[in-house]
Design a binder for this molecule. Sequence first.
Ligand code: ADP
Length: 202
Amino acid sequence: MNEALDRITIVTGDITRPRKDQQWAVDAIVNAANESLRGGGGVDGAIHRAAGPRLLAHNAKLGGCRTGLAKITPAFDLEARGIHHIIHTVGPIWHADDDEIDAKLGDVREDVLLASCYTRSLELAAEHDCQCVAFPAISTGVYGFPKQRAAQIAVSHVLGFLATHDRPQRVVFCCFDEADAGIYCEVIETRDQWMLNRKRLG
Ligand code: ADP
């Protein structure tokens, strides 16, 4: 069917502990960081704990990272788990607003910034010849981005990138729980069905 679609996988678990039973190894993971790049809670905290204090020392020299952009670092202690790179990207904070117009403009801006996180991270992965990159659900934790909307952006921008690039060969959406994985599956199934219908029509 769709070749790009065959190159993505949804898993449930801790992104710092890629499963060993997969045929392909995750060699880069994406961190949902904050602009300081000095660690925080959620997946950022888990990655800093697993990578060890050298990551913080390294990031302290990077001068931070703006929302929607990404920076790549070594994986430090995560090398022991086969991970060579950490790609730190800063997702947008979701701002719900009472004013309808402001809220809509805010939504669009946040959509664009989230899409940019995926694209910029994949560009870095391709530049560094990463084979397989795992993404958490960027911005959907404390940053409050609606989960389904975020999954739609993630899937469509990752598929768009894979359709025009050989690297990375694979992308893993690493969901923290089954409910989040269900959202990704639904988004992909709906898209898949849409593509099938389009093929039939075309
Ligand atoms: P953000 O600040 O971008 O919202 P969070 O870390 O709060 O980042 O949450 C982003 C997503 O990462 C959430 O879906 C959360 O459940 C998930 N998450 C938290 N810890 C981990 C982990 N160790 N592995 C994978 N996903 C995680």
